[in-house]
Design a protein around this ligand. Structure first.
Ligand code: V47
Length: 364
């Protein structure tokens, strides 16, 4: 394999990877610039196996999108709708509880709940939603509200982000998902999501969450108008934040789906680009314990291959994914745990069912 690495011109980078030295943004640019996927994958796999051995994780989870009403209306998003739009919806607390009740016979350990930035749902709605879920399913871990929503909730509450997080925690919040990060670059935010909380704002909320004992995830929305440099600067900000707080659990590269968005002139991502983003993330984010290959966005088959290109987690059963499907995802809206186990096994990895915080629930 070392010949493959030499031929790709990555001898020095392999040396750094083996010595556990941090890669620079310039190293990252060389990685993105290469078409030698096997060389990238080989190096990413070294880090992947160093951190997670042969294990590949999945979770039994359920997604609930309480409302798609949104004042940000990001150009890359097909989910968010203006209030009054014919497809706009918001669930009552009873409807949210009913969603949870409907799956009580399944061994779900996590509920992933996010929504738009709603103009007039009161702060009490969000607390009641958390409490309502816990009432129906007391043991479930609720991973809810992106940092963008948390900032909005703090404004609604008229409280600091820290005090708001403490209240949300008391109501049942267990951790925070990685959405809303998009690309931190002010250029990209201006062109695609001008109204959204800034990259600096997203990082501030994240740091506060970590300081208040909440773990969070991080994402990068790639495959639209961002440059490789902008992706790498985004990754560098994430790893510097992780150096300080250590509160990130997983990074999830999100493949842009253009259908039904204001950026529908773009093509979807390709398999090579998807795998490159997994591998480069694994190599750059040397202090992140986990990299997820989110099967909803890149398809179960490529997510399976990604387990050899840096990823150690396939997310989970999901159940009723909406955000990517509104933007034209052709994957299923849910996967059975038996399918996840088979995909992982056939990739030569050991399937491990985890909880949200990566405690092992079962091995197969
Ligand atoms: O914040 C919006 C992105 C995110 C599109 O933390 C799009 O474990 C692709 O963050 N094409 C929501 N992506 C999903 C998300 C997530 C998913 C699974 C697991 C975790 C986790 C987080 O989806 C949004 C936005 O960044 N998004 N529109 C689109 N057209």
């Amino acid at each position: 394999m070392d010949t493959v690495i030499e031929r790709a011109g990555f001898g020095d980078i392999l040396e750094k990877v083996r010595n556990e030295e941090r890669l620079s943004i310039e190293d990252g640019e060389r990685l993105y610039g290469s078409d030698d996927l096997l060389a990238l994958g080989y190096m990413a796999n070294i880090v992947r196996e160093r951190k997670n051995g042969n294990q590949a994780f999945f979770i039994y989870n359920q997604h609930i999108n309480y409302s798609n009403v949104c004042t940000n209306l990001c150009k890359f998003c097909a989910f968010g709708k203006e209030k009054g739009h014919e497809q706009a919806y918001e669930m009552s607390i009873e409807e949210i509880k009913e969603k949870v009740r409907a799956r009580l016979d399944e061994p779900i350990t996590e509920i992933h709940m996010v929504g738009g930035i709603h103009p007039d749902l009161p702060y009490s709605y969000y607390l009641d939603a958390l409490r309502g879920i816990k009432e129906v399913r007391p043991d479930v871990h609720i991973q809810a509200f992106t940092c963008v929503e948390i900032y909005h909730l703090a404004q609604l509450a008229g409280k600091s982000v820290g005090d708001t997080l403490d209240e949300l925690k008391d109501a049942g919040l267990g951790s925070i998902p990685g959405g809303g990060a998009e690309v931190f670059s002010p250029r990209i935010r201006k062109l695609t999501c001008e109204k959204k909380l800034s990259g600096d704002g997203w990082i501030e909320v994240t740091k506060t969450a970590h300081a208040h004992g909440l773990h969070t995830n991080a994402t990068l929305l790639y495959g639209h108008i961002e440059t490789p440099r902008e992706r790498l600067e985004h990754l560098d900000i994430l790893r510097r934040t992780q150096d300080e707080s250590g509160g990130f659990l997983a990074f999830i590269p999100l493949a842009f789906h253009p259908k039904n968005t204001e950026m529908s002139e773009h093509s979807g991502t390709t398999g090579i680009n998807d795998l490159k983003n997994v591998a480069v993330a694994r190599l750059m984010l040397d202090n992140f314990p986990h990299i997820k290959a989110y099967w909803v966005m890149i398809g179960p088959k490529l997510a399976q291959v990604a387990l050899s290109f840096g990823a150690d987690d396939m997310d989970g059963t999901v159940k009723e994914e909406v955000i990517t499907h509104m933007a034209g995802a052709e994957t299923e809206q849910a996967l059975g745990h038996k399918t996840l186990i088979r995909l992982i096994r056939e990739a030569g990895r050991q399937p491990v069912q985890r909880d949200t915080l990566y405690n092992v629930i079962d091995t197969f």
